[in-house]
Every structure is written in C-alpha cells, then in structure tokens.
Design a protein around this ligand. Structure first.
Ligand code: HEM
Length: 516
C-alpha cells in the first residue's frame, strides 16, 4: 500500500496538460520554420546564378562593408545554390566564429587547391577535427611560444639588414627586395637555410606554388568551380590530369614540401644544422625516418612558408605606400626614433617599449590594409539560429576583416592612416579596446598562428626603415593612390617611389648592419 495517496488527475487537468504540450510543440515548430525561412537579409539573388553578379572583382570587401549599412552586420548571399554568410561586425564574428567555434570552424572545399594536393597534408585547408588539431598544435606551440619568438629575433635582424642594404644599392628594385626579405625570413626561421637572392631555387619553387594557391583561393574559382568540368572528364580523356599545368603544380608542391626539409635532415646528420623550426622539432622529437611525426614536422614547416610569404609582402608594400601618402606620419615616426634611439645605432626590439609611435604605426598598417581583407572562409557544420535568423548548415562564412577594420564606430575616420588612434593622450600605446590584430589574423579556432611572429617582423622593418630612409613619390610619375589589388591576399597596386638614405651616417649604419 502506498504511504501517500497519489491524487487522481482530473480529465480537465489531463486535457489542459496535453493542450499545453501540443501548443508548445507547435510554437517551437512554427518558430523554427519561421527562422529557417528567415535567412539573413542581403541583395536579392537572381534565379540559378544567385548573387554572383553583385560581387565586384575589385575591392569586394568594401562593397560588403557598404552592404552592411543597408542590410546589417549579417548578410546572406547565394551563388549557384550555395549560401554565403558575410559577417560585417566584430560582434557577429565574436558571437559566431569565436563563441560557436564548435560548428563554425570547418573549411569549404577549394577545388584547385584540393586538386593540386594541398588538402591532404595542409591543415589550413583541412576540416575541423582530430588531424587538423594535432597538426596545428605542433606549429602553434612554437609560433606562440615566447622563447621561440625571441630565438628568431636574429633572423628578423638579418633579413631587415639585407633589405635596407638592397634599398641603399638599388632603391628602384624595392618590390623585389620586399619579396626577397619575405622569402629569406621564412627560409631562415623555418629551415635555417640562407637565401642569397630572388633566383634561389627554393624561393622560386615556393613562389610558383603560392601563385597557384592564390588563384585557388580567389572566390570565383572556389565559388563557381569551373574545374568540375575537368574533374568530370573520363579517364580515356586524361581525367583530372587533362588540366594543363597540373603535373607541374603537383611536382612543385612536392619539391617545396620535401627539398628544404631533406636539407635540414642532412645538415642535422652532419652536425651543421642551424637553429630553425624544423631542426628544433626534429631534435626535440627525434622521430623515425618517414614516420607520421616526421611527416607532420615536414608538412607544418611547408605551411609556415606558404602562409607567411605573400602576407608579409602585402604588409611591407602597404607600409611604404602609407608613408608616401602620409609624409607627416613618416616624419613623426622618424622624430620618435631620433629622440629615443638617436642616429648612432639602429632601433631594436629592446627599444620597443620606448617607441609607442612605431608600435602604433605597425598596428595601423595592418588595420589600414589587412593583407587578407576577407580572411579565409570558414564553413558552418550544421544549421544555426542567430538573432532569430536561420544560418543554414554547409554555408560558407566569411568575416569581413577589412570591413571590421574600417568600422567608423571602432576606428573613426577609418580610411585615413592614423597611428594616433592607438595612443593615449600622453602618447603611451594602448590598443586594449581596438586592437586590429583581433581581426586581421582571422577568427576563433582557425586564428592565424603566425600573428605574433608577423607583428614582430613588421615592427622591426618599420622601425629600421624609418631610422635610415625617406620615401616620397617618384618625381615625374603619377602620384600613388590608396588602391589595392583583388585576391585572397591583397597588396597595393604597383607605385613608383623615391627612396633615399636620411643621411650619410644612416647609410653607414645600413652597410654596417648588413656586414654583421
Ligand atoms: C602578415 C602576416 C599574416 C597575416 C595577415 C595572416 C592572416 C591570416 C588569416 C586571416 C588567416 C585565416 C584565419 C581564419 O581562418 O579565420 C590565417 C591562417 C593561417 N595562418 Fe596566417 N597570416 C600571416 C602570417 C602567417 C605566418 C608567418 C604564418 C606561419 C606560421 C601563418 C600561418 C597560418 C596558418 C597555418 C593558418 C591556417 C590556420 C588554420 O586553418 O587553422 N600566417 N592567417
């Protein structure tokens, strides 16, 4: 017998409970299907092709930001039935790419890049999962480690010294010198290999590989996928291999992946290896020849090279362009160096805390023209609802890095290059509320692991350039404008400049640093 009598439910009570359950299920169903039908707003798509004609070739990031003013910070586009979500605000990237990283960290397929063979080993293009995690951990642990970052300072110094010497001897070849500096830095840090000139075979191969990657990352190619035609060819027509250039692209990639790494192993065996990412990991982990661990070291090293080259070139070119367009800022940077460091030596990392204006210039260069203005696209794994809007699973999600870096609320008068936005009234540096690196280097679990390394590299280049050179527009040539090329990694349109040493003493400092 039950100790407490259970009260009998009256028929009215049962009926009302049932009704309540039914009503709440109906409300849930209704609100879900309403949300599903409530995609984020955006320009009206045309049948079949969707919004493809709305996306301009030039400066799409600027158009995306303009759309933000009309449609809000979450925008839906459609291209051949594929959903693309543009995130135009720090709040939206923060809420979704950071806050809901579990479903927002996949990558879409990049058909050309897949076809060449990157996605099998390059974690930057891998889906979010165990393999991605273990590969990324290896690279990230080094590139975010203070001891590692300090250990590569001599490499930064060496490549800037050579860059400045090249500018002194051949100022007209500035763009080649910028490329060489980027190649030298990464080869030195990654493999301990010294690159003497731009014709170095490792640099040449890497450049060919990166040119193909740049094409593969450009939106028309991965959105429209014209390669599907080639992929669908039967084997008697050559199948995929019918694509002209494919064999060459694949063999370049294999060379880039294997040759410098083999050289590191060889020099380790001979006891002549210099400190580098690859050599340090091979020594620390002592993997078996051809083992999975060894392959991961090799592959993450290749990735560091690929990811850090074009982005560094873009940043260096944007800095020079800004100096031509804003001579008063160039002068202020030089005045700070003259006042703090003097003209008898070059500024160095140990001066960083005393050079807030230079640090602000480094941040402002990244903000003014982020090297990857629309980031690298993420892919949403499953359906989501954000602020009542339905974000369909499988959608490509792009954080508009440029748009966020030019949000006038966060960065007043955003088109103007103004480092002072990162300085307090007393001239000390402060980017606690508006650090552009929170956006420039991407979002969430996919954020760029090379962020601190790249900031260090950019800082020294800016400080030592300003200490030793003046740059102006070339006389008799059209005055440069702030125009940038399209692409996954974007850089300024070519411009002509005059680069001269600030004094005889400055020229001597440059020669001296390059001899050391
Ligand atoms: C100016 C310099 C650089 C800029 C502006 C830059 C920017 C970016 C951006 C926007 C992303 C996409 C993040 C996302 O998906 O949300 C990215 C990814 C990545 N970057 Fe960088 N990067 C730079 C330099 C470097 C360097 C020097 C390295 C070498 C360690 C590097 C390694 C990577 C890797 C491995 C990824 C893929 C991360 C993943 O998918 O998990 N980057 N970078």
């Amino acid at each position: 017998m039950a100790l407490i009598d259970t009260p009998r439910a009256s028929p009215t009570f049962v009926a009302s409970a049932l009704l309540l359950v039914l009503v709440s299920a109906a409300v849930q169903y209704w609100s879900r299907s309403r949300a599903r039908s409530k995609l984020p707003p955006g320009p009206t798509p045309l049948p079949i092709i969707g919004n493809i004609l709305d996306i301009p070739r030039n400066n799409p990031w600027q158009t995306f930001a303009e759309w933000g003013k009309i449609y809000g910070d979450v925008i839906h586009l459609q291209v051949f039935g594929k959903s693309i979500i543009l995130l135009n605000s720090a709040e939206a990237t923060n809420d979704l790419l950071e806050g809901r990283f579990g479903i927002y960290s996949d990558r879409p397929a990049f058909p050309l890049i897949d076809l060449v063979g990157h996605s099998k080993w390059n974690f930057g293009f891998m889906p979010y999962g165990q393999l991605w995690r273990s590969q990324r951990r290896l690279l990230q642990e080094k590139y975010t480690n203070q001891a590692f970052l300090r250990s590569v300072e001599p490499s930064h110094r060496m490549v800037v010294a050579r860059y400045l010497q090249n500018l002194l001897r051949d100022p007209e070849g500035v763009f080649e010198h910028i490329q060489l500096r980027a190649g030298q830095l990464i080869m030195d840090v990654t493999y301990g290999v010294t690159v003497e000139d731009a014709m170095d075979p490792f640099v040449q191969t890497a450049q060919h590989v990166m040119d193909v990657v740049a094409v593969g990352l450009s939106p028309p190619l991965w959105l429209l996928n014209p390669l599907a035609i080639v992929q669908g060819l039967p084997s008697w027509m050559g199948g995929q291999t019918a694509l002209p250039g494919l064999q060459r692209w694949r063999s370049d990639l294999e060379d880039m992946r294997c040759k410098p790494f083999a050289q590191v192993k060889e020099s380790l065996a001979k006891g002549t290896a210099r400190t580098s990412y690859a050599a340090t990991l091979l020594q620390e982990m002592a993997p078996e020849d051809g083992s999975e661990v060894e392959n991961t070291i090799r592959d993450t090293a290749t990735l560091a090279y690929g990811a850090g080259f074009d982005t560094a070139v873009s940043n260096a070119e944007s800095f020079l362009l800004a100096m031509i367009l804003y001579p008063e800022i160039q002068k202020k940077g030089q005045e700070e160096i003259d006042r703090v460091v003097g003209s008898h030596r070059l500024p160095d990392y140990s001066d960083k805390d005393s050079l807030p204006y230079i640090t602000a210039m480094m941040k402002e260069t990244f903000r003014w023209h982020p090297p990857a203005p629309t980031g690298i696209p993420h892919k949403l794994r499953s359906d989501d609802v954000y602020k009542g809007m339905h974000i369909p699973g499988g959608a490509i999600v792009m954080g508009n890095v440029w748009g966020i870096c030019h949000d006038p609320e966060r960065y007043p008068d955003p088109m103007t290059y103004n480092p002072e936005r990162f300085l307090r009234e007393d001239g000390t540096f402060d980017c606690s509320t508006n650090d552009p690196s929170r956006f420039v280097f991407g979002f969430g679990r996919r954020v760029c692991p090379g962020k601190y390394f790249s900031e260090d590299s950019s800082w020294l280049m800016i400080a030592q350039f300003l200490a030793t050179f003046n740059i102006t527009a070339a006389t008799g040539e059209p005055f440069p404008t702030a125009e940038f090329l399209p692409g996954g990694v974007s850089r300024p349109k070519k411009f002509k400049s005059t680069i001269t040493p600030r004094s005889k003493a400055a020229a001597e400092l440059v020669e001296h640093a390059a001899r050391d």
